[in-house]
Design a protein around this ligand. Structure first.
Ligand SMILES: [Zn+2]
Length: 213
């Protein structure tokens, strides 16, 4: 009786060990549920917020970790990798060594969404950015997912490099990493995180590299 109990405990520990080996530093093996959410701000409200706060138009983009150049972080999964609609940032220490590390706004903008979303997303922050190019205006949206902590609230105006939250693991769904999306079509649903349809999505690192301050 005592031997079989010991055997069962050993078996359970081995199974947990094997399972935790398969929890990755990226979202690959566990796509997120397509989560619909009502944007808290419609385009007219967003226009109005920026009209009265022109100092929050973008003035360049930085990386969201290892401020401002992603120093000591690497891309565990790039945009487009297995139809990944975002990119996964991980600390060079790997595993959960980056759990609780700061996450920064990639540019000036207004926070439009801060919620704990079910099924693979975890804590999510969405920020809308207004760009001005030769009197032409364009909106972009950045999405930060799996966060451990959210340090901003909807409606808050933020500057590039402001601390907005910390790296998390989506309630244990993965090893800690930041899932970052950059969109050129704002206020879409949160989506599935993976799709062969890239409409409305940009390669975040490619865009940031091309738009440094
Ligand atoms: Zn991801």
């Amino acid at each position: 009786m005592r031997i079989s109990l010991k055997y069962n405990i050993l078996l359970a520990i081995s199974i947990i060990g094997i399972l935790s080996f398969y929890v990755e530093d990226r979202c690959d093996h566990q796509p997120m549920t397509d989560a619909f959410n009502d944007p808290m701000f419609d385009p007219v409200q967003i226009d109005s917020i920026f009209h009265f706060n022109p100092e929050f138009y973008t003035n360049g983009f930085d990386f969201p970790v290892g401020k401002p150049n992603a120093e000591r972080y690497y891309l565990a999964s790039k945009f487009g990798n297995r139809n990944h609609l975002g990119e996964d940032w991980n600390g060079v220490g790997g595993g959960n060594t980056d759990l609780g590390d700061p996450v920064y706004a990639v540019s000036n903008g207004v926070v439009t969404f801060t919620e704990d979303v079910c099924c693979g997303w975890g804590n999510v922050i969405r920020v809308i950015h207004k760009l001005e190019n030769n009197q032409q205006y364009q909106y972009l949206e950045s999405v930060y997912a799996h966060l451990d902590r959210i340090d901003v609230r909807p409606g808050q105006l933020i500057k590039r490099g402001d601390l907005i939250g910390t790296i998390g693991n989506a309630h244990g769904a993965y090893k800690a990493h930041l899932h970052l999306e950059l969109r050129d079509f704002i206020n879409m649903s949160l989506g599935p995180g993976y799709s062969d349809d890239h409409f409305g999505y940009l390669d975040p690192s490619q865009f940031i590299h091309a738009n440094r301050p």
